[in-house]
Design a protein around this ligand. Structure first.
Ligand code: LHQ
Length: 265
């Protein structure tokens, strides 16, 4: 069900979630957080859903926290910033990371503040050539949140992470791709088609195996090689026991295209 601030559309194994406050550049309110979490949880629980696309309505992906909701001309401090993170952003980032299907961010325009870091929490980030990524926090005296301080150095290295966080200048989609911050920058008029094509491909992929691969990659950043090898052993055991792995190997040997169901067992 679509809400007011997040539109939900399901088609052919793809669940599309659209942040929908275009007049405020899809800035996050508590209502939007609740609707987005509900949409992601429903997608995770829905066996028909094999891939999630997250995008924004209008000219932006998201401008991050709605600053009018946390402060105002008469109350310019943000006393509850920590609890806002604990209650809204941190669960959202963890939910995307733990989602048992691929999540694609289709960054249609500027992604600023926590909006940038929500996009970067997704598994594959496609951005329109005119889009940009802005760690806006330093402009208003805050620090990168929504996982920014974790993901930035891992994706682009410490020097570039410090530049992005301390200078708070927009990074073009093209540069974001060159730096390895995102998967792909595409021409504006091709974004929709390209994301739809990759979503359609993932909607017929071995979903359970992808979820296990996602889990292994997420854990690699804190594991030693020896621990990671143990993890690969354990997760590969699970993957190999799935119907999709049996189908994949059978299809290869029979020289035909595999037909994956995405299921665990
Ligand atoms: C907005 C916003 C916005 C409200 C545009 N809020 N209205 C977590 C926990 C707790 C507390 C604090 O924060 C966090 C995490 C965070 O995300 S902090 C960082 C929050 N985000 C920002 O600081 C970015 C603020 N926005 C901007 O700097 C600009 O809007 C950008 C550079 C994104 C786009 O600039 P323009 O293209 O020039 O658009 P605009 O500024 O004219 O915005 C259009 C409208 O959207 C405007 O409303 P209006 O009614 O005047 O037309 C803006 O007020 C509204 N808007 N971002 N975050």
């Amino acid at each position: 069900m679509s809400g007011e601030t997040v539109l939900v559309a399901r088609s052919g194994g793809v669940t599309r979630l659209t942040l929908n406050r275009p007049d405020k550049l899809n800035a996050f309110t508590l209502a939007m957080h609740a609707e987005l979490r509900a949409g992601l949880e429903a997608a995770n629980a829905d066996p028909q859903c094999r891939v999630v696309v997250l995008t924004g309505a209008g000219r932006a992906f998201s401008a991050g926290q709605d600053l009018a909701e946390v402060g105002g001309p008469t109350d310019t401090s943000i006393p509850d910033a920590g609890s806002r993170l604990e209650k809204a952003y941190n669960p959202l980032i963890k939910l995307i990371a733990a989602l048992e299907k691929p999540v694609i961010a289709a960054v249609n325009g500027i992604a600023a503040g926590a909006g940038a870091n929500v996009a970067l929490a997704c598994d594959l980030v496609y951005a329109a050539r005119s889009a940009s990524f802005l760690q806006a926090f330093a402009r208003i005296g805050l620090i990168p949140d929504a996982g920014g301080t974790w993901v930035l150095p891992r994706l682009v290295g410490p020097a570039r992470a410090r530049g992005l966080a301390l200078l708070a200048e927009p990074l073009s989609a093209e540069k974001a791709e060159t730096w390895g911050l995102i998967w792909k920058c595409v021409d504006d008029d091709k974004l929709e088609a390209e994301v739809s094509a990759v979503a359609a491909k993932l909607a017929t992929a071995p979903t359970y195996g992808l979820a296990l691969a996602k889990r292994a990659l997420a854990q690699s950043s804190t594991n030693t090689l020896a621990k990671q090898l143990d993890l690969e052993r354990d997760l590969q055991r699970l993957a190999a026991a799935s119907p999709d792995a049996r189908e994949g190997i059978a299809a290869f040997l029979e020289k035909r295209a595999p037909k994956f169901t995405g299921s665990k067992a």
